[in-house]
Design a protein around this ligand. Sequence first.
Ligand SMILES: [Mn+2]
Length: 288
Amino acid sequence: MIEWGKDSCRERAFFCSGPDPGAANVILGAPMDFSASFRPGARFGPEALRRMSYNLEDYSLQLGKSLADLDFYDGGDLFLPPGNVPRSLDIIERAVEQLLARGQRPFILGGDHLVTLPCLRAFTRHYPGLTLVHLDAHADLREEWLGETLSHATVVGTAARTLPLGEIWQFGIRSATREEHQFALERTHLYPFDFFRPLQQVLAQLGGPLYITLDIDVLDPAYAPGTGTPEAGGIPPRELLAGLELLAQSEVVGFDLVELIPDDPGDISAALGAKILREALLLFGKQP
Ligand SMILES: [Mn+2]
C-alpha cells in the first residue's frame, strides 16, 4: 500500500516542506505580474521554484546544513484577482500580516517586484525602522511609471517615501534614471555593480532587524535569463550566495525572491532560483 506523504508522492510544495501550517517558517507564493513594464510571466515563478526544488539535495554543501532539520511549511500560492493591483496588494499584505502576528517568518515568492510593497507594509508595522537590503539590477526608485505609482519600477521608492523604513542598502544596481540616482544619493546607501565586496566593507553598519528583497535580475542574464527586464553586466551566482551568507550574520526577519519568469530553455533560472531559496531558508530560517 502506498503511504501518502512527501516520501511517496510529490506534493505541489517546495520539497521537504513539513505538513504543519504553524511552522516557524512559511513559504508563500504571490503570483502577481500585473505591473510588469516589459515581459510578463513572473506569476509562474513560485510554481517553477517548487518544480525545480525536486532537483536539489536537502543538504547544502556550502552551508553544512539540511532543510530536513528546518521547521518550514510551503503555504502555496495566494489567490489574487488578475488585473486588480490594489486588491492583490491588500491580500498579500493581510497574509504576511497574519504570519507575522503568529510569530512565523515569511519567505515570499513573486511575482513582479511590486509584491514587496505589501510585504513591507506589514513588516514595518511589526518592525518600525526596519532595515531594507535591496538586491537588484534596477534602482526601483521612480516616483511613477507611466503615471502609476504602484509599479515594480517604483517599489523601493514608494516604500522609502511612504513607510517607516530605516536604512536602505542597495547592491548590484546597474540601471537607474538620473532622478533615481539623485534620490539614492539622498536617501539610500547605493553600492552599484557589485555585492559581496561592498557588503563586506559595510556589514558592521547594517543594523537589524533586516528585510532582504532579492530581484533575480541582480544576477547576470547569462545565469538567470528568465526575468522580466534583463540587464547585462550582473553578478554571478557564487557572489550572490556568498553575500547572502554574510547577511546571515545580521538579524534577518524577512526575505523575498521576485521577478523570476520560468520561460528559458532548460529551466536555468528556476534551477538557480530554487537553490537560492534553499540557501535562504537555511541561512535566515527561524529556529522554533
Ligand atoms: Mn530589477
